[in-house]
Write a protein that binds this ligand. Structure first.
Ligand code: ARG
Length: 565
């Protein structure tokens, strides 16, 4: 906890010649709490003083005097280890949690700063499939993480709603779309039109030219082209919204690629004026050979713009509109080159904010074979995955707790929560391997396990039935299991800060697993509700604080927190 580290730093800085920040950075948490609560390694000093780190640790610990809240200081090998006063520790952590409640973990770190997060951003006229899940969930969690730290977050869905493929769709719709005008169109119909276009275009290459012509018209603002395109977009957005609602994900804005159509001209002009462009095979490019990258394409030979052109225009627009402190793109690793290319163009344009743009990439989502039934061919549709998760949890609840109230809602919260947790607990640059038995296990390192632990704590508090108070004897919270749990709870803020720094929601998942583990060890060793009124009051405060921390963590991840299950 910052409070103890601050005290340790002020003790150390009197005795050693290192800057305060450096001392703070070096402080570690020993792997075994019996070795101390914090440790200062002496390797850095050893290099400066040309003495062995063990000798420095011994000498240093002899000159330091423990004053509250530090209870003891001793050298262990090359480390100076600090033991904090346990009563201060629990009092501080539990009182803070109890005061700040849903806001616990809020820091002033991001006050006055804006973060733009570009996430989910699917292409319209196609179904959301499981590969779209990761960007949506990681992006949503990162939004919540930064919000928790006090940043203003702008979540943008940069819909893929522009490009030659819409020319293809218009051609297909005009040729074959009337075959079923009597019914309202769905994304499946649009998808089928695409497939048909590509089949027919193989036999009749002239169709591709027609498609390019239509996209050109669309870029030029042709009324018929626009009307059809808007129709496709409306159909897609309706379907997307249904899934975002299931996942509980909100965006501050849906600003798709099409929005930048009126701005790309000026963007291209600025790039040209900087002398960065070249014409190559009739296309307009920025040569990136000096940076060992293929060229960034700005305009095709038919004058239409590209994905990268629109991303450059979007970055300029967002800087102007939101004056962001940081802009985060949550997009799969397969687009790494695209981001490196257009970030380089922004840098060459002279924008000093380019280093505030980050591509937060991630691995794939894979299934253990045969565990997912698919409705339409090979891709697993996101909607099917979510429905199946809810169904499977419904069956488990039916077996375990058939009399549960609100079974439908709980099944939905736990089913969707299980999918979210399974995705987020994998380090983001690793592939997620999705296995139903693991994901839904109430006893594994899963969403249902964390939610179940939370619900159990709620049930203890219901049984207690009285208001929770911080007016307790903190010295009663003294057992090892209690201290470990309290320390865990106190680390919440620093975990959030770290997960923001590395754009890594999995750190919060692991943290919640740790907290639940500590809680269970405490719960198995000690009775919470007993005849000893003072002790019960003290342990109830600990139970309530644990419930609060688990709840806050789950909410950041985008997972619901049912209080019964
Ligand atoms: N629409 C793109 C796709 O589905 C992702 C867009 C990501 N965001 C961006 N600003 N390029 O692959």
């Amino acid at each position: 906890m910052d409070y103890f580290i601050k005290n340790i730093v002020s003790l150390l800085k009197e005795k050693i010649d290192l800057p305060e920040d450096e001392i703070k950075r070096l402080i570690e948490i020993p792997p075994d709490f019996k070795m101390g609560d914090y440790a200062f390694p002496c390797y850095t000093l050893s290099k400066i003083l040309k003495k062995s780190p063990n000798i420095i640790a011994t000498e240093l610990s002899n000159t330091l005097h423990a004053v509250r809240p530090i209870a003891e200081i001793k050298a262990i090998g090359p480390y100076v280890n600090f033991f904090v006063d346990k009563v201060t520790l629990s009092e501080l952590a539990l009182k803070t949690i109890s005061e700040e409640r849903d806001g616990y973990g809020n820091k002033t770190l991001g006050k006055g700063k804006t973060v733009v997060i570009d996430f989910s951003s699917p292409n319209i006229a196609k179904h959301l499939a499981v590969h779209h899940l990761r960007s949506a969930l990681i992006g949503n969690a990162i939004c919540n993480i930064y919000k928790t730290l006090g940043y203003t977050c702008v979540g943008i869905n940069h819909l893929g709603d522009w490009g030659t493929q819409f020319g293809q769709l218009i051609v297909a719709y005009k040729k074959w779309g009337n075959e079923n005008t009597h019914k309202s169109y769905t994304v499946t119909d649009l998808n089928n039109l695409y497939v048909r276009f590509h089949q027919e275009a193989e036999k009749n290459p002239g169709l591709e030219d027609e498609a390019r012509e239509w996209f050109k018209k669309l870029e030029a603002g042709d009324a018929e082209a626009k009307e059809l395109w808007q129709h496709f977009k409306d159909i897609s957005l309706k379907e997307f919204q249904k899934i975002y609602d299931m996942l509980g994900i909100h965006f501050n804005a849906f600003i798709g690629e099409s929005f930048y159509n009126t701005m790309v001209e000026a963007t291209v002009t600025r790039i040209k004026e900087k002398g960065l462009t070249k014409v190559s095979e009739q296309a307009l490019i920025v040569d990136l050979e000096p940076y060992n990258m293929p060229p960034c394409l700005l305009r095709k030979k038919d004058d239409t713009t590209l994905y990268a052109t629109r991303d450059i225009a979007a970055a300029e627009y967002r800087k102007k509109t939101y004056d962001f402190d940081r802009m985060i793109y949550v997009v799969g690793s397969e687009q790494k080159l695209h981001f490196n290319q257009f970030f380089k163009v922004l840098e060459l344009m002279g924008y000093n904010w380019t280093n505030r743009c980050v591509h937060v990439d991630f691995g794939l989502m894979k299934f253990k074979d045969g565990k997912m039934s698919t409705r339409k061919g090979k891709v697993v549709l996101l909607e099917d995955l979510l429905i199946e998760a809810v169904e499977r949890i419904r069956k488990i609840i039916e077996e375990k707790n058939p009399s549960l109230e609100n079974k439908e809602i709980v099944a939905r919260d736990v089913g969707i929560g299980a999918v979210i947790f399974a995705d987020l607990c994998t380090k983001r640059n690793k592939d997620v391997v999705f296995d139903w038995d693991e994901v839904l296990n109430f006893e594994g390192e899963t969403g249902p396990y964390i939610q179940y632990t939370h619900a159990r704590l709620c049930s203890i508090l219901r049984k207690y039935g009285k208001p929770v108070t911080t007016d307790i004897k903190f010295e009663l919270l003294k057992e090892d299991e209690v201290i470990i749990l309290t320390k865990n709870l106190g680390q919440f803020s620093s975990i959030i800060i770290k997960s923001a720094e590395f754009y890594e929601p999995s750190l919060i998942c692991n943290y919640l697993i740790d907290v639940c583990g500590s809680l269970n060890r405490f719960y198995n060793a000690h009775r919470v509700l007993s005849d000893d009124e003072e002790l019960t009051k003290a342990r109830i405060l600990l139970v309530d604080a644990t419930r609060q921390v688990i709840r806050n963590g789950l909410i950041i991840l985008g997972i619901s927190t049912p209080d019964q299950m």
